[in-house]
Design a protein around this ligand. Structure first.
Ligand code: DP6
Length: 367
C-alpha cells in the first residue's frame, strides 16, 4: 500500500536551468460527493466523479534557476513566483498558491531552487460560479511533475500521474480527480481495488456504453461569491450530528454505482446521483451554523427536470456542487431533446440565460 512518504523523492539524477511547460486540466463533477475531511486533505469518505472536457484550466509554468549571492538556506529561503491570470498579474490568487507550495515542498524539494512564472487561464467564464480550484490545482501539479520528470528521467508514467494527483489533492481535494479521465474514484473503498485516500484512480470496473460521452450541461443560476466556502463547509462536518451515517452512505452509494456502471441502469443511476446532490445540501442545512447555498431558481430547475422526466421518460437528472448552479446529466442519445427542453424551460432560470455544454472527458493533457 502507498503512503505519503512514497512520494518523497530520492536524489535527482539530472539538472535543468530553465524552460517551460504547459498543461490543460479539466474540471470534474462528483456523483458521490466528497464532503468532510481529516488532516492533510484526507477525505472522510470516498467519492467518484465524471471528468469533464470543455471546462478546463490551461496553465503555463516558466522556471529558471535562482542564483543569489548568499547560499539559499533551507530555513530562510522563500518561494519565488509570479502569478498571471489571463496574462495579467493577479495578487489575490497568490496566497492560495503560496499555501499549496508550502504543503507540497517536502514532496518536490526543488521548489525553492527556481523562480516560477505561473500563467493561467480558464476556458469557462470568470466568476461563473464554477470552481476553478479542481482544474487549476490539477494543471499546476501536472506542470510541476513535468519538471520533476526532467530531474528524474527514470520516473514511470504510472508514478507521474499518481503523484500529480497526490499533489493536486494537497491543493484542493477534488482536484485529484481531474488528472485522469472519464470516471475517477478518490478515497479508499473496500470494493474498488487500488482506491486510495492519497490520490484519484481511474474507475477499475466495467462501464456500460450508456455512460460513454455522458453529457453535463451546467446551468449558471448564481454567479456571485458563495456565502460559505467549501473549506468552511468541510470543517462543519466535524461534530455534525449526521456525519458518521453520511460517510457510511457514501461507501454504500459507491457500491451501488459499481453495479450500475456495469449494467447501464439509468433509473438506478439517477436515484443515486440525485440523492447524493440533495444529501450534500442537506448536510449544509443541518450544520451548525446551518446555511443554504441553493437559490429559488435551483429548486425551480429541479422541479422542472422531475416533471419533464415523468412526462417523457427521458433519463435526465441533476447534480449540484457546493453552490446554486445545476449540472444537468444525460446520455448522449437524448441530447437533442434535452437541449431543446433546457432552452424552452430551464434557461429562464439561469443568470443572464447562461449555461455551458460539457461532457465526459479524458483528463489532463500536455500542450
Ligand atoms: C461539493 O475540493 O473544493 O464539490 O479540498 O477544501 O479544496 P477543498 O474542497 P473542494 O470540495 C469540493 C466539494 C464538492 C464535492 C466534490 O467535488 O466531491
Amino acid at each position: 500500500m502507498f503512503t505519503a512518504t512514497d512520494f518523497i523523492p530520492k536524489k535527482y539524477t539530472s539538472t535543468i536551468e530553465n524552460g517551460n511547460f504547459e498543461w490543460s486540466a479539466p474540471s470534474n463533477i462528483a456523483l458521490v460527493k466528497y464532503w468532510g475531511k481529516k488532516d492533510n486533505q484526507i477525505p472522510a469518505n470516498p467519492s467518484v466523479s465524471f471528468t469533464l472536457s470543455n471546462c478546463k484550466t490551461i496553465t503555463k509554468l516558466g522556471f529558471s534557476k535562482r542564483y543569489t549571492s548568499a547560499p539559499l538556506s533551507e530555513t530562510t529561503a522563500i518561494f519565488s513566483f509570479d502569478l498571471l491570470f489571463e496574462g495579467k498579474p493577479k495578487e489575490d490568487f497568490k496566497p492560495k498558491i503560496q499555501k499549496f507550495l508550502e504543503r507540497i515542498e517536502i514532496y518536490l524539494p526543488f521548489l525553492k531552487d527556481y523562480h516560477f512564472t505561473i500563467d493561467t487561464q480558464n476556458t469557462f467564464p470568470h466568476s461563473s460560479g464554477i470552481a476553478s480550484s479542481a482544474s487549476g490545482m490539477s494543471a499546476l501539479a501536472m506542470n510541476f511533475m513535468s519538471l520533476e520528470k526532467v530531474l528524474n528521467p527514470e520516473m514511470s508514467d504510472e508514478y507521474f500521474f499518481q503523484k500529480a494527483s497526490f499533489l493536486a489533492r494537497l491543493g484542493s481535494g477534488s482536484a485529484c480527480r481531474s488528472v485522469k479521465g472519464n470516471v475517477v474514484v478518490w478515497g479508499k473503498q473496500a470494493n474498488i481495488e487500488g482506491s486510495s485516500d492519497l490520490f484519484g484512480v481511474e474507475f477499475p470496473h466495467t462501464i456500460h456504453d450508456n455512460f460513454k460521452k455522458y453529457q453535463d450541461t451546467i446551468l449558471l443560476v448564481d454567479k456571485g461569491e458563495k456565502q460559505v466556502s467549501s473549506t468552511v463547509g468541510h470543517d462543519l462536518m466535524h461534530n455534525h450530528p449526521y456525519a458518521e451515517r453520511r460517510f457510511a452512505q457514501a461507501h454504500e452509494n459507491l457500491d451501488q454505482l459499481i453495479s450500475i456502471f456495469e449494467s447501464g441502469n439509468l433509473e438506478e443511476f439517477i436515484k443515486v446521483v440525485e440523492s447524493e446532490a440533495l444529501t450534500l445540501h442537506a448536510m449544509m442545512m443541518t450544520s451548525m451554523p446551518y446555511y443554504i447555498l441553493m437559490k429559488p431558481n435551483t429548486l425551480q430547475i429541479i422541479n422542472a427536470i422531475w416533471k419533464f422526466r415523468n412526462e417523457t421518460q427521458i433519463p435526465v437528472c441533476f447534480t449540484l456542487d457546493a453552490g446554486a448552479n445545476v449540472h444537468v446529466l444525460y446520455p448522449e442519445n437524448v441530447s437533442e431533446k434535452v437541449l431543446q427542453f433546457i432552452q424552452d424551460e430551464l434557461v429562464v432560470f439561469c443568470q443572464n440565460g447562461q449555461y455551458i455544454c460539457d461532457q465526459i472527458g479524458d483528463g489532463a493533457i500536455a500542450l
